[in-house]
Design a protein around this ligand. Structure first.
Ligand code: F3S
Length: 388
């Protein structure tokens, strides 16, 4: 590959991976089974990123493994309804075309594991998108580092990645014990827990005790928040996530312990919330699952919203929700469900958004940093409060 036998795109990609491997003292490159690419919004890529992708496609780059795509900066069909400016939309469509030409599936979601891209336990993958990384490493037990957009594309094109970091057994062991003294019920509470623990442990691997029966939605919220305030790519929950069986009391002995209670969780949401007057309710960070859309539809059935509600999901989940009648119920109440994008990667300022209300600490963190006033609350609470 380095010698150019497989073409210039492969040579460039493997050069990058060899350089990364040297930095992290990887012993060798290994094959991967799948890739998930982030950095899809034109808002983040800009013209330089767009040109890089078009150049790769022109050089004949093609992925060698199943590769999916993170959210783009807009709903690819209904961008006008979302208020996305036309010049942005034109560039965004060029980005998507370049990715498709490389052979990447334009799934445009941060929850590829909800639409059939589910790696095997123990498989080596190259995924970007911090929330998807945390989910695949922790809940599925696949192995990925926190890949960047360029290294993921390079891995997809070569089918290789350096053997280092979370790919190795020794780096997957717990480093801190987190004792949860709170009864967690909603994904909102798991999001608050993740945000707090991320702040406290940085990029260490936390081992949670005291969490019982979390659903998939809670685990995706937990991982997204852990990766936002900290740099956490992997967590373990006693009795829940698959790798905890390897860690008996002997292995956990001597690790630092931190405790989190209900008061800590309440304080975290107050601390991150700002005052809002008429926020747009934004749900779906990470992208909504079918269960979440069904839940929101049930709350809103035969009601009328007093505020604008926008929920974000993938096309795969949207199609299922449409068949089950959830989209109709949400829209009947005055809400909208968009695909392919989210409240962080869409060009919110250019769309005229000033205030949002959300149940996601990840969304609140990034929206606040963009100067958008953000109020945090459980989805059930904001929807009931805003509908009659
Ligand atoms: Fe997904 Fe966008 Fe949140 S990519 S995790 S919905 S910031």
């Amino acid at each position: 590959m380095l010698g150019g036998e497989y073409g210039p795109a492969v040579a460039k990609s493997i050069e990058l991976l060899v350089a990364v491997g040297k930095i992290f003292e990887a012993e060798r490159l290994i094959p991967i089974e799948s890739a998930h690419v982030s950095g899809v919004s034109y808002k983040n890529l800009g013209d330089a990123g767009l040109e890089f992708l078009e150049e790769q496609a022109d050089l004949g780059a093609k992925v060698r493994v199943k590769t999916t795509l993170n959210p783009a900066g807009m709903d690819l069909d209904r961008w006008m309804d979302l208020g996305v400016p036309e010049d942005f939309a034109v560039k965004q469509m060029r980005v998507i075309k370049a990715f498709k030409n490389i052979g990447i599936e334009a799934t445009c979601t941060c929850t590829p594991y909800l639409i059939g891209h589910v790696p095997r336990f123990g498989s080596q993958i190259a995924w970007a998108e911090s929330s998807a990384i945390a989910y695949s490493n922790s809940v599925i037990g696949a192995r990925t580092n926190r890949e960047s957009g360029p290294t993921t594309i390079a891995s997809a094109i070569t089918g290789r990645t350096p053997l280092c970091g979370y790919r190795l057994d020794e780096n997957r062991a717990p480093q801190k014990i987190v004792i949860v003294n709170a009864k967690l019920k909603t994904p909102f509470e798991y999001s608050a827990l993740g945000y707090l623990v991320g702040e406290k442990v940085g990029s260490a691997v936390p081992y949670f005790k005291g969490i019982f029966h979390p659903d998939l939605e809670s685990l995706k919220a937990l991982g997204a928040a852990l990766a936002t305030s900290g740099g956490i790519a992997l967590y373990h929950i006693e009795g829940i996530t698959p790798e905890t069986l390897k860690f008996d009391d002997e292995k956990l002995k001597g690790l630092d312990k931190i405790g989190v209670d209900e008061k800590d969780l309440r304080e975290a949401s107050i601390r991150l919330s700002s005052e809002v007057k008429d926020p747009i309710i934004c749900l779906g960070c990470p992208h909504c699952s079918l269960k979440e859309l069904k839940h929101y539809a049930k709350i809103l059935k035969d009601k009328r919203l007093r505020r604008r509600l926008i929920a974000f999901t993938s096309r795969g989940v949207y199609d299922q929700a449409e068949k089950e009648g959830c989209i109709k119920d949400i829209e009947h109440a005055g809400g909208r469900v968009f695909r392919d994008t989210c409240m962080v990667v869409a060009p919110l300022k250019e769309m005229g958004w000033r205030e949002i209300s959300t149940n996601s600490f990840k969304a609140a963190h990034y929206a606040s940093s963009m100067g958008i006033a953000t109020y945090l609350s459980a989805a059930e609470h904001v929807l009931r409060e805003a509908s009659a």
